[in-house]
Design a protein around this ligand. Structure first.
Ligand code: ZN
Ligand code: ZN
Length: 280
């Protein structure tokens, strides 16, 4: 089995067409591959499947599902955004619900101080969030991020997979803004792990950061994986592939990372539920 439940195309912010992504996945021997482009965003429409294109997006995946029928299992999916306090409202998720094989839940933005700030962007986006959203209080911002995931774990019942759950580390390489080893950070991670366990959530080993930033930043960190394992949270693979290069280049590295972090079983999604796929 070779699986990735998190992949993008030019329908959102990927660099290759769906056709190129899927033919590459097939050639690379993937058995299960989900197309999960970013859901509509008013703020950054150029990086998302805007809601007026939902039908076109669904039809395009359907075309390839038929083409690869019996050869590779393709999933119709979306990466939906959760906004703290507002849920999925801004992404117009409700008009897609029921038409998908898999729904991914992610937090890429924080609502704070009357604004909507991107935390999954550049350093200047991160600082805009920090200074205008949180008056420079990094603890409040990091807490808001983990609490958004806790809120999503509890309330986004249609989400099958919660993605890159410690993505806030993306702009914190070298502890640039806060010391990840401090107790308050560990406490937030433990609280999130507990919530994930309580609501029987599945998360992914996400290699997107490692590939795009050419470093070893995987989500979740080995420490957070430890906390998640203690709460019996299950794991799968989400390459978060934004190009065919990532489809080709990062599966083995993601598996090695999972093993290094002590994960012994991966889960696969079929007909609305997760089951044990294989032992590592
Ligand atoms: Zn994402
Ligand atoms: Zn993604």
């Amino acid at each position: 089995m070779k699986i990735s439940f998190h992949n993008h195309s030019v329908f959102s912010d990927g660099s290759d067409t769906m056709q190129d992504m899927l033919s590459c996945a097939y050639n690379e021997g993937f058995t299960h591959f989900a197309m999960t482009d970013h859901i509509h965003s008013d703020q950054t429409p150029q990086w998302t499947v805007t809601y007026d294109r939902y039908e076109e997006y669904l039809n395009e995946i359907k075309r390839f599902k038929d083409m690869y029928d019996g050869k590779m299992k393709i999933y119709t999916g979306i990466e939906a955004d959760w906004y703290n306090g507002e849920g999925t409202y801004y992404g117009r998720y409700e008009s897609l619900a029921g038409k998908l094989d898999i729904t991914l839940g992610s937090v890429h933005n924080l609502l704070a101080n009357g604004g909507n700030y991107i935390i999954d962007g550049s350093r200047s986006d991160f600082e805009e969030c920090l200074y205008f959203g949180f008056y420079g209080n990094i603890k409040d911002m990091v807490a808001c991020y983990y609490e958004s995931y806790m809120e999503m774990a509890e309330n986004f019942t249609q989400a099958d997979l919660l993605c890159h759950i410690d993505l806030i580390r993306k702009n914190n390489a070298g502890n640039a803004y806060y010391d990840e080893d401090e107790k308050w950070v560990k406490d937030l991670e433990k609280a999130l792990a507990k919530k994930m366990g309580m609501y029987d959530r599945v998360t992914e080993i996400n290699g997107g950061g490692a590939y795009r930033k050419k470093n070893d930043v995987y989500y979740p960190s080995c420490r957070l994986i430890e906390y998640l394992k203690n709460e019996n949270v299950r794991f799968t693979i989400g390459l978060d592939a934004h190009s065919t290069e990532m489809v080709k280049g990062y599966y083995d590295a993601s598996i090695s990372y999972a093993k290094k972090a002590g994960i012994d079983t991966l889960y696969v999604f079929n007909d609305g539920k997760w089951s044990e796929a294989e032992s590592l």
